[in-house]
Design a protein around this ligand. Sequence first.
Ligand SMILES: Nc1ncnc2c1ncn2[C@@H]1O[C@H](COP(=O)(O)OP(=O)(O)OP(=O)(O)O)[C@@H](O)[C@H]1O
Length: 308
Amino acid sequence: MAPIISIRNLTKTYGNGFKALKGVNLEIEEGEILALLGPNGAGKTTLISIVCGLVNPSGGQVLVGGHDVVKDFRQTRAMIGLVPQELTTDQFETVWNTVTFSRGVHGKKEDPAHIERVLKDLSLWEKRDNMMRELSGGMKRRVMIAKALSYEPRILFLDEPTAGVDVNLRREMWQVVERLRQNGVTIILTTHYIEEAEEIADRVGVINGGELLLVEAKTALMKKLGRKELRLELTKPMAALPDALGTYNVALAENGGALIYEYQGEAEQGRIATLLGTLAAQGIEYRDLSTRQSSLEDIFVELVGQRA
Ligand SMILES: Nc1ncnc2c1ncn2[C@@H]1O[C@H](COP(=O)(O)OP(=O)(O)OP(=O)(O)O)[C@@H](O)[C@H]1O
C-alpha cells in the first residue's frame, strides 16, 4: 500500500539563513500513530507546518495521499486536521457552534449527525450548549480536536496534545487518540513526554537539529537500543569484585550490597546462567534478584545527549 504521507529530502532554510530541516525522509502509513520526539527547536513544528501547507519547503517534496502539498494545496489540506498547541477559539461561542463553523470553514456541507458523533466520541456532547469560556482546560483541548475532526480528515496532527496538562487528563487524551485510531485516522503527534510516545505510538521518530535521527517501530526500537539490567541483592556486602567476575560487565552498587549486570541482546542475556554459576562457585549468595529494561527516555537521552 502506498504511504499516506511521503516526505522526501525535505529541507527548510528560514529567511535568516537558519537551516531548520536538513534533508528529512519519512513515510507514514495510513492508520498508524507516529510520535515525533525531539528537544526544543529540533524542527518538529517546521516539519508539520510544511506537511500542512503552512510553510513552504526550501527543497524536497511532500506528498499527501499522492498529492503535492505545494502544487495541490487544496486537496492535501482537506485531508489533514491540525490541532495546534495554542487554544484558538472564541471564548463567547458555544461548543456546538465552534465545531460546526470549523466544518463550514473547510468547505464541507453541513452534517449535524457527524458533529454529534464527534462530540460524543470526545465526551463533549453534554457541553454542546456551553460557551467555550465555561469549559475546563482539558475540555477546551478536546474541542480543538473536535474542530479538526469536524471536516473528516484522514490525517490528524497533534502538536504537543498534552503539554502542561495533569496526569489524569493526559491519560484521558490517550484514550481519545486510541479511539481515533480505531476509526482509522492516521495520527502524527509531537511530544516532549517520552512516556506519551511509549504509551500510544506504533512508531517513534527522533528529530534533532533538523535531522531525523531514526524512525522505528516502538517495540523494535526498545529491543534494539534498550539495555537490560540484572540486579542481585547480596546477602553479605562485598568490598571489591572478585577476579572471577572480571569477564562480565558487572559492577557493585550500594556500598557493595548489590551486584549489577548490564546486558544487551540475546547473546549477553544467555550469559546470565553462566554468571549465576560463577557466583555459586565463588560462594557469593544473594537474597533477591530483579531485572529492569531501559526506557525510551534512556534511549532518547543516549541518542540526543539531553532530555526531551
Ligand atoms: N520563521 C522562522 N524564522 C527563523 N527561524 C525559525 C523560524 N521558525 C522557526 N525557526 C527556527 O527553526 C528551528 C526549529 O523550530 P521548530 O519550531 O520547528 O522546532 P520544534 O522542534 O517544533 O521546537 P519546540 O519543541 O520548541 O516547539 C528553531 O531553531 C527555530 O528558532
